[in-house]
Design a protein around this ligand. Structure first.
Ligand SMILES: *Cc1c(COP(=O)(O)O)cnc(C)c1O
Length: 331
């Protein structure tokens, strides 16, 4: 398959007169098509992540990377993917859109991976296994040894979605991509970096797999405004790290305080920027909080999450307000 060859792909060099892409020369900024390969951002990410820039794909959110994985590796109406449950909803949405069957494998009741059940579910048409670690919404990171079993024993693609890895004390799987040729690691600027609005997601994998992403993606999938802004923000690594420290600190404080509230039955351990809690009646508590202007995520209908709410860690002030409302409700 040959990808669309853009004007900016054909000519790479220095020139002063661009009459190759049917752009309007009168507007003085944002009139040119952006770099289809986003090389400047990749070079910066390459330094931050300590990986070669041709091991990086950038997407319009990591959701683009997830969708491309289906389009690249799965034959609609023939192949299937394995999704541990409960987890991030986008894998299922993309599977449905791409007409790819889903095999659901429940996590263990302590939210650990049921690795043997996952490997038993593999058949000759299983092309991808999605592992979200730290997992959304259960908030836990999966054991290295269990994930390794999947990487070693599964012949298809293993995706590790690390949207929340910055909030965990454990290391990213990125450094293992050259060890496991079937590994794709997904990260995003939407969470720790605080840039959900600009839509920039990342996939890290072998050069061969990244080339497949490059062939299938839209030529100009990352717009110029996003590219420019991302580049300015990626120089502020310290700022991101101080936010992460503060959010982790707030998470630990909030966890302690939530455990004191009578109708909260359990606060699950968290490696992410949210807490999953089990309450007496999730729908009731959700409505009560909403009526006070505080919106959390009701995860009650997800498997293993009966009466669970997912609460994003806010600022100290927001968390205090949440706590005071919860205390009031528990009286
Ligand atoms: C938030 C989230 C993402 C991020 O998606 P973007 O499209 O990059 O904003 C990816 N995976 C998981 C598990 C998430 O919770």
């Amino acid at each position: 398959m040959k990808p669309y060859s853009s004007a900016r792909d054909d000519f790479k060099g220095n020139a002063s007169i661009f009459l190759d892409a049917n752009e309007n020369p009168y507007r003085k900024e944002y009139n040119r098509y952006p770099d289809p390969r986003q090389q400047k951002i990749k070079d910066r990410l390459s330094e931050i992540k300590k990986i070669a820039s041709d091991n990086i794909f950038l997407g319009n959110g990591s959701d683009e990377a997830i969708d491309l994985i289906f389009r690249i590796f799965c034959e609609p109406s023939i192949d299937n993917v394995i999704i541990p449950e409960p987890t991030y909803g986008m894998y299922e949405v993309c599977a449905n859109i791409n007409n790819v069957a889903i095999k659901r494998v429940l996590l263990n009741t302590d939210f650990s991976l049921n690795t043997s059940a996952i490997l038993n579910a593999v058949d000759k048409n299983t092309k991808v296994i999605f592992i979200c670690s730290p997992n959304n919404p259960t908030a836990n990171l999966f054991d290295t040894s269990e994930v390794t079993k999947i990487l070693k024993n599964f012949q298809g693609i293993a995706v590790i979605d690390e949207a929340y890895i910055d909030f965990s004390t454990k290391e990213s799987w990125i450094k293992m991509i050259n060890e496991y040729p079937n590994l794709i690691v997904i990260q995003t600027l939407s969470k720790a970096w605080g840039l959900a609005a600009i839509r920039l997601g990342m996939a890290f994998s072998t050069k061969e797999i990244i080339e497949l992403f490059n062939k299938v993606k839209y030529p100009y999938n990352i717009n110029e405004l996003t590219q420019e802004y991302a580049l300015t923000q990626l120089s502020k690594l310290d700022e991101k790290e101080s936010w992460v420290n503060e959010l982790v600190n707030q998470r630990n404080i909030l966890k302690k305080e939530l455990q004191e509230i009578s109708f909260i039955k359990k606060v699950y351990p968290s490696d992410a920027n949210y807490l999953l809690i089990k309450v007496d009646d999730a729908s009731l508590r959700y409505e009560q909080l909403a009526s006070k202007g505080i919106i959390v995520r009701n995860r009650n209908t997800m498997p293993l999450c009966a009466n669970c709410l997912r609460i994003t860690i806010g600022t100290e002030k927001e968390n205090d307000q949440l706590l005071s409302v919860l205390k009031e409700l528990s009286k």
